[in-house]
Design a protein around this ligand. Structure first.
Ligand code: GLU
Ligand code: ZN
Length: 320
């Protein structure tokens, strides 16, 4: 089946042809301060970009307003600064909606709505009345129960008709990755019943609008990557390359996250944590004596020079 090509990304298509420079991003959700796990993800994405003279953007993924914690946008940006990660201003999407040079999702609702309307007009969206409980009873994977029910678009979740689902992709670190076919064929939610756009949709719109060429992020999102690639295909835009970094887990094997109250990193004394994070990414730790002479920017420069993806651990989890 030939996939519809949407018009919404007309300019980006032109841009893609002429733009070959590396454009990476770190996309934190401001649901709390930066913790050690997100420091490792930020550092990996920063070093990978800078080792290739790339641009590196920070995007504030605050689409899920109810989960936002006041003050954490500045906490995160200040932490990145204390750890020597200077982000680039995104001139392509730069406008009055940016904050400290970063694209902010909550300021882009009109853009998301425009794409949503395009998809809807092409008959690719439908309203779903199923409750979470019902889906669980049907086996946990959503099998398109409401696809042909013509429910009204009201205060219910909206799903996309998944066609030509991608089930595998090549990760720069892990090689060929296969994800469960049923999961990838699922008609996933693009707008939630509370009216908020879903991460799945907006992450792809943003990566396209920012002309991101390389995505480096935590392995917890690896499972969703083919789904995102399918959406790129639907829009007729070449997807970026993907590299998924190991997750930092605690003693119970849980991902460090704001939800399990991972403590914020210590920005007043960044050196020890910076070295620990570099070690998690496979960079040999400098000896203590050479360390005392080095400033944070020196250590960062050293790390950019020595960055080597062949040294990144390929295991999925690293115990803190
Ligand atoms: N905002 C997501 C998170 O904090 C990251 C999404 C991405 O890098 O694609 O987990
Ligand atoms: Zn349904």
């Amino acid at each position: 089946m030939k996939l519809p090509i949407l018009n919404s990304f007309h300019l980006q298509k032109k841009f893609q042809i002429s733009n070959v420079q590396y454009r990476g991003r770190f996309a934190p959700s401001p649901s709390g301060p930066l913790h050690f796990g997100s420091l490792v993800a930020a550092l990996g994405s920063f070093l990978h970009a800078k080792s290739q003279n790339g641009l590196w953007f920070v995007r504030i993924e605050d689409i899920d307003k109810p989960r936002e914690q006041a003050g954490s946008v500045d906490d995160i940006l200040n932490a990145l600064e204390s750890f020597g990660m200077v982000w680039d201003q995104d001139l392509q999407t730069n406008n009055e909606n940016n904050y400290r040079g970063c694209l902010v999702q909550s300021n882009r609702l009109e853009r998301y709505q425009q794409i949503f309307d395009d998809l809807k007009q092409q008959g690719l969206l439908y309203s779903c009345y199923c409750t979470r409980k019902e889906i669980k009873e049907m086996g946990g994977i959503y099998l398109g129960h409401c696809r042909n029910k013509q429910h009204r678009f009201d205060a219910h979740a909206v799903r996309i008709k998944q066609q030509a689902a991608q089930t595998e992709f090549t990760d720069l670190l892990h090689g060929k990755v296969n994800i469960d076919e049923q999961l990838m064929n699922e008609d996933y939610i693009v707008k939630r019943s509370d009216g908020l756009f879903a991460y799945q949709l907006v992450v792809v719109i943003d990566d396209i609008d920012q002309a991101i060429t390389n995505v480096v992020r935590g392995v917890d999102i690896m499972e969703l990557t083919p789904r995102q690639i399918s959406l790129f295909n639907l829009f007729g835009i070449a997807p970026p390359s993907y590299l998924h970094l190991p997750l930092i887990v605690n003693d119970d094997g849980q991902k460090l996250s704001k939800q399990n109250k991972a403590s914020a990193i210590n920005c007043s004394d960044p050196k020890p944590e910076l070295l620990k994070a570099l070690a998690c990414l496979g960079l040999p730790v400098l000896s203590q004596s050479s360390l005392s002479a080095l400033s944070i920017p020196d250590i960062i420069d050293w790390a950019i020079q020595n960055w080597d993806i062949n040294k990144i651990p390929t295991q999925l989890n690293i115990l803190l």
